[in-house]
Ligand binder design. Sequence first.
Ligand SMILES: NC(=O)c1ccc[n+]([C@@H]2O[C@H](COP(=O)([O-])OP(=O)(O)OC[C@H]3O[C@@H](n4cnc5c(N)ncnc54)[C@H](O)[C@@H]3O)[C@@H](O)[C@H]2O)c1
Ligand SMILES: O=c1ccn([C@@H]2O[C@H](COP(=O)(O)OP(=O)(O)O[C@H]3O[C@H](CO)[C@@H](O)[C@H](O)[C@H]3O)[C@@H](O)[C@H]2O)c(=O)[nH]1
Length: 436
Amino acid sequence: MRLTVVGAGYVGLTTAVCFAHLGNEVMVVEKLPEKVQTLKEGKVPFYEPGLEEMLKENLSLGRLFFTTDLKEGLDFSDVIFICVGTPQRPDGSADLSQVEEVARETAKLMESYKLLVEKSTVPVNTHKLIKRTVERYLKRRGKILEFDVVSNPEFLREGSAVRDFLEPDRIVIGVESERARRIMEELYKDFKCPIIFTDPATSELIKHASNSFLAMKISYINMVADLCEKVGADVRLVAEGMGYDKRIGREFLRAGIGWGGSCFPKDIKAFIKMAKDHGVDFSLLEEVDKINQRRAVQFVEKVKSVLWSLKDKTLAVWGLSFKPNTDDIREAPSLRLVPMLLKEGARLKLYDPKAMENFKKLYPPGKDLDYAPDMYSAVEGASALLIFTEWEEFQRADLSRVKELMELPIIIDGRNIYEPKVVRGLGFEYYGVGVP
Ligand SMILES: NC(=O)c1ccc[n+]([C@@H]2O[C@H](COP(=O)([O-])OP(=O)(O)OC[C@H]3O[C@@H](n4cnc5c(N)ncnc54)[C@H](O)[C@@H]3O)[C@@H](O)[C@H]2O)c1
Ligand SMILES: O=c1ccn([C@@H]2O[C@H](COP(=O)(O)OP(=O)(O)O[C@H]3O[C@H](CO)[C@@H](O)[C@H](O)[C@H]3O)[C@@H](O)[C@H]2O)c(=O)[nH]1
């Protein structure tokens, strides 16, 4: 099939590259000219494992095209995936201006039937606003053209985006017309997972309800971790014991310094606001969010209780991205923790395998903050090693070497990447999250 994808971010680019990989011809419309240029050269402007290789391959096979011109995209195909950003507004609601712009400009430029596919995460009933906008502008142009709006939320995770896209747990499609349903069925015919057809409002809700539920699971286990610390139990085993119950499941029960990223924080706030706007008191989610906000504060308290004063102490930090295998630092716990530690007077030596360039844009090297070229340089002379992200590289670190390099062999691990007994056996003082 021929497809058009608007927005070449994590979701748009992954969608485009994966559909091209499956044999479709895909035109990507991205408004930033420099991004389009980079992509045409076969380079992905962010770090996502496997994506660049697939981009190059599909460019050379002539199945992927990039443009800044929406008209070119609309002339190319009838199926238009909206993959633009839906960031958070100050009141917590989702800023839908990028989605509105795509709907409006499409209506101004389309000359034949179009199927607009909402892939961005949007509040319930956004499909109605898209529909109304397109109808208004078509009417203004005196055009009678058919179109459909479909909700097809994306569930991929950064760091495993390609695999998540190609092998999803499920595909959700909210349609109103038979024509739209047939196009979507054809598009996803080779996928082996369950495909759930719903009305668009239900489909839009499935996305927000899923993300909020996952965030709730993490906040829940984080509270259990706090209790474990008080009573000397091990949250990892509590999670395992709970997780074997199929009704609970083992995923997303890793305790730590809290959830971050470009999705959970903004989506949970948008869901709370949406519920409020409809007169539904979803204060459960407000608590989930509050628990998460407290994680960083509690972690700094822990660092202080271990080291006493942090003033002029050198602390090594491993991990800045909000999760491993990405260079994305949007709403990463590190962004909350670093300023708090600096305020306590600590000197930080930061290291991350991929996210340092992004972090440097917000925190340039200075008197009390520096970046290390590798994980071992970061720990040289440090009074403690703080772990913020569970990169595999850290799990494989030569801890004897780390111990030699540090001023004091203390590890305060925000992600439980080590087995306490083993690390203590090597002579470290070790503090995890919710572990004895
Ligand atoms: N990042 C994820 O893991 C993920 C997963 C599932 C869903 N989502 C949702 O998908 C949406 C996109 O997220 P993202 O992380 O890919 O965002 P992003 O910010 O990485 O990418 C959005 C892209 O759209 C471009 N854009 C904006 N307006 C445009 C326009 N009018 N024409 C052409 N291009 C335009 C921007 O320049 C940018 O490159 C959001 O709603 C997000 O909540 C994200
Ligand atoms: O047991 C866990 C699992 C995750 N996290 C944290 O939760 C955050 C989000 O992680 P993850 O969900 O793996 O990454 P995202 O790329 O943000 O993906 C989420 O957000 C996307 C955007 O909506 C959705 O598409 C995905 O399904 C959803 O998992 C990260 O900070 C993780 O460190 C934990 O603390 N404990």
